[in-house]
Ligand binder design. Structure first.
Ligand SMILES: [Zn+2]
Length: 264
């Protein structure tokens, strides 16, 4: 296979519906694409070109260190995400665990106050801004189980298996050694998000294009929330699995039965 070029990536993104001015959040695996000329930096340049100067390009950078150090903690979700974080104009949100980085016109606004939100993925977070701003999610060479924004759907639907978690306060806080940060509706455990892909496809909320060897799923965030919220209101356990050996999902089923009994 010939090396994949920036022009080819831009072309595929446009084919998938990415337009100038778009706000996008990308999850990615560089290795799944094949040989990209210039590697991760080329992929970043291609997305920036596709959204243009009026657009905003964000990536998930997941950081699990406590205390969280936004200046120095590396992204744990791939080389494209890490190279994005290292760009001088890349802004990082100050939320431990579900932090994002953004470059572009609305980057600052996208990341703003993530640390002040009640939860990691809900009201006021970049994930909800994606919905409110009519943004798009790009899953480049990764499957639906990497789609963090689905935790935002669970958050606003108050899924029964979400928990309250307390972690060490982030390093930028004054006197952080003596403080903690509480995360409400925290989202640990197993999910079967894969089963959501056929639904999005059927409802016309997702386009799929090839970039090298990888499939890029390009999802309309607003439609994804609409569909996800409806599914969870019909079946609150839609994102859990039926494997009898899955402790997390089994417990979720028990918790839901208790909630249903209480509300009956
Ligand atoms: Zn499970």
């Amino acid at each position: 296979m010939n090396p994949i070029t920036k022009e080819q990536i831009v072309f595929s993104l446009q084919l998938g519906g990415i337009e100038k001015g778009d706000v996008v959040l990308m999850h990615s695996a560089l290795s799944s694409i094949g040989f990209v000329e210039g590697g991760a930096e080329t992929v970043i340049d291609a997305v920036l070109e596709a959204v243009g100067e009026e657009g905003t390009f964000a990536v998930s950078t997941m950081a699990f260190n406590h205390p969280y150090d936004p200046e120095n903690d590396r992204s744990t979700v791939g080389i494209i995400s890490e190279k994005h974080r290292l760009r001088p104009n890349s802004i990082r949100s100050l939320r431990p665990v579900h932090c994002v980085n953004a470059i572009g016109k609305r980057a600052e606004e996208f990341c703003r106050d993530h640390d002040k939100c009640e939860t990691n993925c809900g009201e006021g977070t970049p994930y909800l801004k994606l919905k409110e701003w009519g943004g798009k999610i790009i899953m480049l060479g990764v499957d639906m189980n990497r789609n963090t924004t689905l935790h935002a759907v669970e958050d606003i639907m108050d899924s029964v298996y979400l928990t309250t978690s307390e972690v060490a306060a982030p390093k930028y806080m004054e006197d952080y050694q003596n403080k903690t940060m509480v995360m409400k509706r925290y989202c640990p455990g197993h999910r079967d998000f894969l089963r959501f892909a056929p639904v999005l496809r059927r409802e016309g909320a997702m386009k799929e294009v090839l970039i090298g060897n990888a499939v890029a799923k390009i999802i309309d965030a607003r439609k994804m929330f609409e569909i996800g919220e409806k599914l969870l209101s019909e079946n609150p356990l839609f994102f859990t699995c039926d494997n009898e050996n899955c402790t997390f999902c089994n417990n979720a089923h028990k918790l839901q039965a208790e909630r249903d009994a209480k509300n009956a």
